[in-house]
Design a protein around this ligand. Structure first.
Ligand code: ADE
Length: 299
């Protein structure tokens, strides 16, 4: 363990636009999310007599090496990302008694996957009959469009997200969807993973599964899975297949089936996102344009 590294990273923040004065940060005991994000608590930034809600991640100086690497990587990527309406923005950081706190924009409706699952009237995953009335088709399409707009923006910044999934999309005011969690992100054209760490296999492109290679086109694959999650109202991809079977399933050219809530047009786009050859997958701006047209045509 290297407590120095956390402090050193904090030095880049001290005196910069990202430093939050200790006296302006209020951390509550209210835990946000279901633990997937690690510890995230609700807090407030005091500013000109107002209190702005924020979500706060924390990292102890004596955290594990892996947690530190992910956390500091996320912070560095986040500083580079900048502002976009469909990306959860970094508010700042603060180091208090051996703990680094990172504050981000608060998204009041929580993560997309939990939201979708709560919207199910019937807990039976196979009964979709009432769903269109529960969450309207246009709301689902808007989640998809928001997400792809955020992804197009970060791709243009040269960032590979590497964990595109409904659990990493947050819903803010007016149900605006925003990309979050840059813990696995890389600032690279192509990233080749060398260490053996846990990876989100069910969201991974074939070249990532078989060759540990990650590009914006593998994020496009992940977006295809995310589309599938949206139109199954938070379904688990390949729920009946274990990891080893999944490798063979995909290698043999099989893909997820069409969700009943989604039309052929949209399913065709999912299948394109899952093209075995990355260069044949659509780009994020292409997907963005197509979703915009689908939304216009449906209104
Ligand atoms: N859970 C994790 N991150 C969050 C955020 N930024 N806003 C609300 N809930 C969250």
């Amino acid at each position: 363990d290297d407590p120095e590294r956390v402090r050193n990273t904090y030095e880049h923040i001290q005196g910069s636009q990202w430093e939050i004065a200790r006296s302006n940060l209020v951390i509550t005991n209210q835990q946000l999310g279901n633990g997937h994000f690690g510890e995230v608590k609700k807090g407030f930034i005091k500013e000109r007599g107002r209190q702005e809600p924020v979500a706060i991640k924390s990292l102890k100086d004596n955290a594990s090496e892996k947690d530190k690497t992910d956390f500091l990587n996320e912070l560095n990527i986040w500083k580079k990302v900048g502002k976009h309406p469909n990306v959860v923005c970094l508010v700042g950081a603060c180091h208090i008694r051996g703990v680094m706190y990172v504050a981000m924009e608060y998204a009041r409706y929580g993560d997309l996957r939990t939201f979708l699952r709560r919207s199910r009237k019937n807990k039976d995953h196979h009964t979709y009959a009432n769903m269109a009335s529960t969450l309207r088709q246009t709301t689902l399409l808007k989640f998809a469009l928001d997400t792809v707009s955020g992804l197009a923006y970060i791709a243009e910044k040269g960032i590979i997200h590497r964990d595109v999934a409904a659990r990493n999309v947050l819903l803010a005011d007016h149900l605006t969807a925003k990309i979050a969690d840059f813990g696995l992100s890389k600032n690279d054209d192509t990233y080749v993973k060398t260490s053996r760490t846990r990876v989100p296999v069910r969201w991974m492109a074939v070249e990532s599964l078989f060759n540990n290679t990650y590009t914006t086109k593998s994020d496009v694959w992940g977006f295809g899975i995310l589309l599938w999650e949206i139109f199954t109202l938070g379904g688990t991809p390949y729920a009946c297949i274990d990891t080893q079977q999944l490798f063979n399933f995909l290698k043999d050219g099989y893909r997820l089936k069409k969700p009943s809530l989604c039309d052929q047009n949209l399913y065709a786009m999912m299948l394109q996102c899952w093209n075995e050859r990355p260069e044949r997958r659509p780009t994020f701006p292409e997907i963005q344009g197509r979703l915009q047209r689908i939304i216009e045509d449906s209104q």
